[in-house]
Design a protein around this ligand. Structure first.
Ligand SMILES: [Zn+2]
Length: 268
């Protein structure tokens, strides 16, 4: 009797732990020693992800919690983009929100961020007169670019925020699928880029990549960036959902595994 109870208890503990990490569908699918992004951004895992320090040369995390894991394509992108921006705006520090937790899977406050391919980035902010303000992450902005923080009015910094978008899209090592942001702020960004003669091809791509998602928050207080699965062996069991933009290399990169494919891989 005691033996049966212990067996039942161990099964329950196993199921609970699987649910906690959000990986029940992948139980038995992960191979020993495997690394990389597994599954989709909202139903997946991160095996052996890279860890970013809480503070880098030109970036820093705006929360102390350790959700700083990503595939190398994402952590590399964050570092390169912060360097690009610092060259443009000396002294600039890029403020980062969550990537994924160690091992990936469910983390609170997010639908996705589960497989090391998502990162939240703070907006750049100015005073009403245009002076740069540092360290105001998660300030909400309306469609006119006006924000309020502790009863102080501030502005969405269209110039720096556009330059951030441009650096993300122009990076050819990590192909960006989405930059989630509200429609109003997207319009401000595109308007700034057009008025300042920025590269028309980047603007065209930004018009697709900048997007207000229909199934989550409008993203009026931060950018959410998602990159495609890595190409080649590293992305073999990573699955992209949603559009494949025409400029994304055909063939080698974008992975669209079906559950049947995954099962076949698991049985290999
Ligand atoms: Zn996010």
């Amino acid at each position: 009797m005691i033996f049966a109870d212990l067996k039942l208890l161990s099964v329950l503990i196993y199921l609970a732990s699987m649910l906690i990490v959000g990986c029940l569908p992948w139980a038995g699918v992960v191979n020993r020693g495997e690394t990389g992004s597994l599954g989709t951004a909202s139903r997946g895992l991160l095996l052996g992800g890279e860890h970013l320090a809480i503070r880098g040369e030109h970036f820093r995390f705006y929360r102390a919690r350790d959700r700083r894991y990503g595939i190398p394509e994402l952590t590399g992108l964050v570092q390169r983009v912060s360097e690009t921006l610092e060259r443009e705006f000396p002294g600039m520090v890029l403020l980062l929100g969550d990537l994924s937790g160690q091992g990936g899977g469910f983390i609170s406050e997010h639908h996705s961020h589960r497989s090391g391919r998502d990162v939240d980035l703070a907006f750049f902010v100015t005073s009403p007169s245009g002076k740069s303000i540092h360290g105001w992450p998660l300030t909400q902005f309306d469609r006119f670019g006006a924000g309020l923080r502790e009863e102080t009015v501030c502005r969405f910094d269209s110039e720096r925020n556009w330059m951030l978008v441009e650096a993300l899209i122009a990076d050819d090592e990590s192909r960006v699928q989405w930059i989630f942001v509200s429609y109003g702020l997207k319009a401000l960004l595109l308007e700034w880029a057009l008025n300042h003669g920025r590269d028309i091809e980047i603007i065209r791509r930004a018009a697709s990549i900048l997007h207000q998602p229909g199934d989550s928050a409008p993203h009026d207080d931060h950018f959410h960036v998602r990159i495609y699965c890595p190409s080649g062996v590293g992305g073999a069991r990573c699955k992209d959902l949603g559009p494949v933009w025409p400029w994304v290399e055909k063939g080698g990169g974008v992975n669209r595994w079906t559950p049947k494919d995954l099962l076949a891989l698991a049985l290999d």
